[in-house]
Write a new protein. Structure first.
Length: 318
């Protein structure tokens, strides 16, 4: 293709993108406006490969044509919701202004996971030294679905008991933090199955730098990140302090501390673990019912196929 032809193609694409953005802004000028009469922009999120120079950001990846235009509409609406929350709710704006560390009694959670994963009293940070681990070292991530520690974590009986402890953690620790900071008594939607991670020394980074909005999570959602081992340097999560700032810094905390941060809008990532310590952690996303946009939720879904709705992706803490 010649230079002039390529330019014409680019100009047409840019003009089309601009029309889509303007259309989205007109249709969605009010964050909670109904999409009645607007185009149906049902989203089906895929499991994405790491980005590269020829691949766009998550959410837009593996989309073209109408699907890409509809995703852009969703992006505009979610961004408008984020701006509205910041503009109209000073307490929410203060809560998400930067990641915050909170203390709690983690001993019961650490003891339960340690007893289930170690089986021999070896500390969680050193479970990579267990004899049975040898066969699992190599290209497969320890956090993957077929590994020994996730099998132990998912074992019948233990997993159900763990979810019970997790629900108490949400009700007794997380809900008071969020409700206290926002001054709202609203029900709290929370990720019904927390994401559990075990990262050995020498393991590569999990995923890539991203915001949760790029995966269809809506703007009022908060991330709760809970390490069950001491984390620092390359075996912890890195996060920017404000959207788009890019000033990534590590969460350096210990068991008994958790971080609440606006992962929907703050870019975050991990690094290859170059320490001599295994990282064991879990994380979950929570959302006050007051900030929930059901129409947005109806048009996106998690990578496991669940809709971002109560009774599906979320359970409700009253």
């Amino acid at each position: 293709m010649g230079l002039k032809s390529a330019l014409r193609v680019t100009q047409r694409a840019n003009a089309k993108a601009l029309r889509v953005q303007k259309s989205a802004e007109v249709q969605l000028c009010r964050c909670c406006a109904s999409t009645s009469g607007a185009v149906d922009f049902t989203i089906s999120l895929a499991v994405f490969d790491p980005p590269s120079a020829d691949r766009p950001a998550p959410g837009r990846r593996q989309r073209s044509g109408d699907a890409l235009e509809l995703w852009r509409i969703w992006e505009v609406r979610n961004a408008q919701l984020a701006r509205r929350l910041l503009r109209t709710d000073a307490k929410f704006a203060a809560l998400v202004a930067s990641p915050r560390v909170h203390r709690f009694d983690a001993a019961p959670l650490v003891a339960a996971i340690e007893a289930q994963l170690s089986h021999s009293g070896v500390p969680l940070s050193q479970i990579h030294t267990l004899p049975e681990v040898g066969a699992w070292r190599g290209p497969d991530r320890v956090g993957g679905p077929n590994t020994i520690f996730n099998r132990r974590y998912r074992a019948n009986g233990f997993y159900e008991a763990w979810l019970g402890k997790f629900k108490h953690f949400i009700a007794d620790v997380v809900a008071p933090i969020v409700r206290g900071a926002t001054g709202r008594a609203s029900p709290l939607y929370f990720q019904r199955e927390p994401t559990f991670r075990v990262i050995f020394p020498g393991e590569q980074a999990v995923g890539h730098s991203h915001t949760d909005a790029q995966y269809g999570h809506q703007a009022g959602e908060l991330n709760v990140w809970v390490p069950l081992t001491r984390v620092w340097g390359s075996n912890t999560l890195w996060c920017e302090s404000a959207p788009g700032r890019g000033d990534f810094a590590p969460f350096e905390i210990e068991p008994g501390e958790l971080v609440v941060f606006w992962g929907n809008q703050l870019e975050h990532h991990t690094l290859p673990n170059k320490t001599d310590s295994t990282r064991v952690s879990f994380d979950a996303r929570v959302l006050l019912a007051d900030f929930y946009d059901g129409d947005l939720a109806a048009h996106s879904q998690a990578i496991n196929g669940q809709r971002f709705e109560p009774g599906k992706y979320y359970e409700v803490c009253t």
